[in-house]
Design a protein around this ligand. Sequence first.
Ligand code: GLA
Ligand code: GLA
Length: 681
Amino acid sequence: MQARSTFFSRSTDLAAPTEFRRISDGFAFGGDYSPEQWPEEVWLEDIELMRRAGVNSVNLGVFSWGLIEVADGVFDFGWLDRIMDLLHEGGVGVNLATPTAAPPIWLHKAHPEILPVDDHGIRKAQGGRLGWSPSSATFRRYALRMVETLAERYGKHPALRLWHVSNELGNENAQCFSDETGQAWQQWLERKFGTVQALNDAWGTAFWGHHYTAFDQIQPPRYSGTGHNPGLLLDFERFSSDALLEHYRAEREVLRRITPDVPITTNFMVQNHPGVADYRGWAAEVDLVSNDHYTIGTDPERHGELAFCADRVRGMASGDPWLLIEHSTSAVNWQPRNRAKSPGELTRNSLAHIARGAEGALFFQWRQSTAGSEQFHSAVVPHGGADTKVYREAAALGATLKAIAEVAGSRVEKASVAMLFDYDAATALRSGRKPSVDLDSVAVPLALHRALTARGIAVDVLHPSDDLTGYAAVVVPTLFLMTADDAARLAAWVETGGHAIVTYFSGIVNEHNRVHGQYPGVLRDLLGVRVEEFFPLFENEAVTLDNGWTGSLWTELMHLDGANALASYATGELTGVPAVTLNTVGAGTAQYVATHLDARSTGALIDDLIERAALRPVAVADHGLELVRRVSPTQSWLFALNHSSEPLQLEASGIDLVSGTTFTPGPVAAGAVIVLREDTP
Ligand code: GLA
Ligand code: GLA
């Protein structure tokens, strides 16, 4: 097999240096390519347009199972052979997908029982994608035969760079409530708890007398007309994530056996909405962490959500480079109103991911489909062809990625602030009835991340069990589930001089989604407060604090128990009760915010933290300029992204690799991105 060049295999020993195995020279650039939707004449034009745009990497064959295995055990690889060869001749590397995201119609006809069943017992129908239950043994058998046949055929093909397992596992099949799934769930529970008594104790099944005497009595949380046990709900989420992961592993093992040298990934969906899987655990299972990200058109500060998401992905990858394996050139087709991207937005979006550690930027998809349910989703080559804003901007981005190629392989500089985020805690928050439907596991972390980013402060998004050494400040935004161990680790870090901010409804439940007791649970000693009762607010209700800040959504009847009050409610039922407190612990401080602050007050909270923890921005610049530094042992590069319509001042100097000119302290133009090779690394 010929030597492969870029990406890398993640080392299982995180302390060991990352071994890079590149999937492209420099940054990967390209996207999902579906040649099967086009006559072969179009393929030649595609290859030429790819060459002009600097495309070096495509995800191929993603939904093509029905066109490869045309009948049970009958394979037609003719078209795939031809396009693999053409791409290789055109200098384009292939991330070859196992096509298991979309089972063929003949398989659904022969085995309708592979389709997922919803919580009302209704089996889904054919005609979509991911029409299979992760626990279906029949599906697994057919899928692995397909994977094995594909790997045998293309394992030594010179175009192959990376295996792309299935597609967005869980997107349309996150949970299944069938009997077959129920059995897998019972086995999962038995492995986890050992005895049914341990399960009863953990979940607290004395409530409503839901006492189990055998594992086979436990069902998935099917429609019961009322609320299920929060411990059961949380474990079912974990089981469902594990069932998808188990499918991934099964495909991976086939690929590893046949092609031990080819790296393997599957595209994660880490984003600002309830997710489908606990990707932090999955990250150790892939050779390369890759993520799909789509901006939300209605969010005027969608670049902030992108930045938060990219930092989350980097955190999961333990700081290693990762791949942006899908994003859009312009509008998607699945939001209620699908906004086209403004001129320059495509470039800023792609480079923002790259700034935050992505080793490439791939789009869904290369050529816009004329048929099928995604016919109005944007692509690199739109219905209007190459003489369009989108193709021109994508091609210009391809040139920019070549111009900044020296940055590839570097890492994002360690931040001074860590934010603790945990998918499991987010899942716990939605597992069972809570004091308010407005509680949202992403809103507060995102707001704090935005406030820090707007001030040029870099953030590493970590798991509560990660090492906090070296950080000056840690923010703990509405971390509902927290174990006693993780809380103790946080407290020990504060003792040594760390500065923490914790927001409302944190530390409340344990790993079984059971209340620790006196609020704020495992954090009460660290924070030096006792919370007696929650006072959630109604929609459009707000409270003013006596320092001028504004809260909404949530308040708490809180007493000081060692901490000082920094601000109290000046309006509302809790007038006079502390709302923001500060506890001095050893050489550090722990601040608690018991209400949901608006953006202005969140900004003030962060300004205070900057002072208390002596935080320094990535560079001195106007408010709002997005700043990220990537570093290698010998060089550093400063990314500055101006998402605004005004020039923003930056105090830095070096060579701007994007324009190829020297930059001295001065303005970054409205909408522009610069990538400075810094004079003083
Ligand atoms: C009803 C039920 C109780 C309890 C309360 C909660 O009154 O009888 O068991 O569920 O609602 O408000
Ligand atoms: C996901 C899928 C793609 C496509 C895009 C559309 O990311 O992986 O196949 O459907 O969404 O935005």
